[in-house]
Design a protein around this ligand. Structure first.
Ligand SMILES: NC(=O)c1ccc[n+]([C@@H]2O[C@H](COP(=O)([O-])OP(=O)(O)OC[C@H]3O[C@@H](n4cnc5c(N)ncnc54)[C@H](OP(=O)(O)O)[C@@H]3O)[C@@H](O)[C@H]2O)c1
Length: 139
């Protein structure tokens, strides 16, 4: 019987890498993650999933109630989160969000730039306001 330590690559005869390298599972632990658009949908689900893996969440959106609910849900399951009302189309608001994250958790490791909206209209309607709102939020 061949032990793991002496296993050799069947093609080259060289000593093979250990078959099961340790994959770190705690790489998110204590990482400070800002998530925009965290009040619903993909942002909220991502916030909960990352918090469950040990990340400290800074949740941002314009809806206070939904943000508060998200923080409550994360804290109930033992996670760490703080929320700040933010309009991503406002540069000063984004700076304030970054400052808030640093004041609260000391640094920023990751930005999940998720906020956005999808508005549908016909070309013939030339809905320029909708077009501009979408670009302002997502660009
Ligand atoms: N779901 C899809 O199939 C799909 C497909 C392609 C791309 N996407 C993109 O993925 C992202 C998330 O989608 P979703 O389905 O989870 O959408 P969603 O449920 O509508 O969530 C959008 C989030 O963005 C926030 N938001 C919108 N405008 C904002 C602004 N000006 N400032 C701050 N926050 C703002 C909303 O919160 P408030 O209203 O509280 O601010 C909300 O939390 C979006 O960017 C969307 O365009 C989604």
């Amino acid at each position: 019987m061949t032990s793991k330590a002496s296993a050799r690559c069947p093609h080259h005869g060289r000593r093979a890498e250990p078959p099961h390298r340790e994959i770190p599972t705690n790489h998110l632990k204590d990482k400070v993650v800002i998530i925009t658009g965290a009040s619903s949908g993909i942002g909220a689900v991502s916030a909960k999933a990352l918090a469950a893996r040990g990340a400290k969440i800074v949740a941002a959106a314009r809806g206070q109630e939904d943000l508060d609910q998200l923080v409550t849900d994360i804290e109930k399951t033992g996670g760490t989160a703080a929320a700040r009302l933010t309009d991503v189309t406002d540069a000063a608001d984004m700076q304030a969000l970054a400052d808030f994250a640093i004041d609260t958790y000391g640094r920023i490791d990751v930005l999940v730039n998720n906020a956005g909206l999808m508005l549908f209209s016909y070309w013939k309607d030339l809905a320029l306001d909708d077009w501009n709102r979408m670009l302002d939020a997502t660009a």
